[in-house]
Design a protein around this ligand. Structure first.
Ligand SMILES: Cc1ncc(COP(=O)(O)O)c(C=O)c1O
Length: 373
């Protein structure tokens, strides 16, 4: 294995498939809309699509049309629903229709523009109405904009097929009223919109966390994201468990014996407290290895957990191996993943960086190859 850059990302297709199967099995009779935006949370849309299709998932959501077309290309007609969650412009309408991609509509002016574009293209654009029931982001603001949302049902050129919303917070123990209030607004609006449409619409509100802790909000479909990639669903918690699918690996490029008192890297921010061996590994912040991990994070090398010594450079990190190590150039360094008995997962890295696992996964640079294993 000689990657074009110093590190590479391995994607376990068995983990992705198993995760999707576990989630599907937890919601019998419901649709699972797999969230594959942002290159499937950094895992690679095409690799994720294969695994999820094998698990019997037939609905996918992304943010941008360009991602939707990649999903269509990878899944063909195995994808019965490809939903764009807010990043489509009305100019895109003919291509959305040609590739049978559905988009959300989030306000009256936008819905009209899609309707006009679809009429001009001589067909129907499949849409879901996106309601803001308390997220405070995209959507028809409930209850103020309910008449506008209802009007979508009667717009020429649009085939209204679904209604969705997104939770700002699902904390049934500490904040039991928050999600409940959002759902009250949702149900009221959904009734009125379905009446105007004269048919049942696909209703979906639950992303990963809600799908784990509030099964009463499964409605017709759930929209899991992070759990598909193995985070947030532990065995002892919720209705299903999933496991991480991504590992990120680099190589040791040099090992040196250094005397006590040696400063390591920029500004000598790490000083060897004793004579030790310092390894240089082939990944840095340009690859997405966050600078906050300098002097904080651990990596796995030689089957052991070892500290990142000093600041993270653009293309390298230094690792204090300790005086006795037999690690040598060429050895694998696990930045994210497992080696021997040890593991370092995105939650741990996120804690050091003051962020969330989502940002760690999506922050690993696109230039690194994603290798299905
Ligand atoms: C509208 C919408 N639905 C579902 C998801 C999936 O969220 P999660 O990864 O927490 O399951 C997201 C992610 O940000 C989203 O924006």
């Amino acid at each position: 294995m000689n990657p074009p850059y110093g590190s590479w990302v391995e994607i376990s297709t068995a983990a992705l498939e198993g995760n999707a199967r576990a989630i599907r099995a937890a919601v019998p009779g419901k649709r699972v809309i797999a969230i594959v935006k942002s290159d499937a949370y950094g895992h690679g849309i095409e690799t994720a699509m294969e695994a999820f299709c094998r698990a019997g998932v037939d609905a996918f959501a992304v943010v941008y049309p360009a991602e939707a077309y990649r999903v269509r290309k990878a899944a063909g007609d195995r994808a019965k629903l490809i939903l764009v969650l807010g990043g489509a412009l009305p100019e895109e309408t003919p291509e959305l229709m040609r590739q049978d991609v559905t988009t959300v509509v989030a306000d009256a002016a936008q819905a009209k523009a899609f309707s006009e574009a679809a009429k001009a293209a001589g067909g129907k654009l499949r849409v879901h109405v996106k309601l803001d029931t308390g997220m405070g982001r995209l959507g028809f603001l409930m209850p103020r904009d309910l008449p506008d949302a209802v009007s979508v049902a009667g717009m020429d050129g649009l085939e209204l097929e679904g209604i969705c919303a997104h939770f700002a917070m699902v904390e049934p123990v500490s904040h039991p009223q928050k999600a409940k209030k959002q759902m009250e607004k949702f149900f009221e609006a959904a009734d009125a919109i379905e009446k105007a449409a004269g048919k049942k619409l696909l209703k979906h509100v639950s992303s990963s966390r809600a799908s784990l802790v509030t099964p009463e909000y499964d409605l017709d479909a759930i929209r899991p994201g992070i759990v598909l990639y193995g985070y947030g669903a532990h065995a002892a918690f919720g209705r299903y468990a999933t496991r991480p699918a991504m590992q990120w690996k680099a190589r040791v490029v040099q090992v040196r014996d250094v005397p006590e008192g040696t400063g390591v890297g920029y500004y000598g921010a790490y000083v060897a407290k004793r004579a030790t061996k310092i390894a240089v590994a082939s990944a840095g912040y340009a690859d997405g290895y966050n600078r906050h991990l300098g002097n904080r994070g651990d990596v796995l090398v030689g089957g052991q957990r070892k500290p990142v010594a000093g600041r993270v450079s653009m293309n390298w990190i230094c690792i204090d191996l300790g005086p006795e190590s037999d690690v040598k150039p060429g050895d694998e360094v696990v930045l994210l993943g497992a080696q021997g008995e040890e593991s370092v997962w995105a939650g741990e890295l996120a804690e050091h960086c003051g962020t969330i696992a989502y940002e760690i996964l999506t922050g690993i640079s696109k230039h690194l190859p994603r290798i299905p294993v």
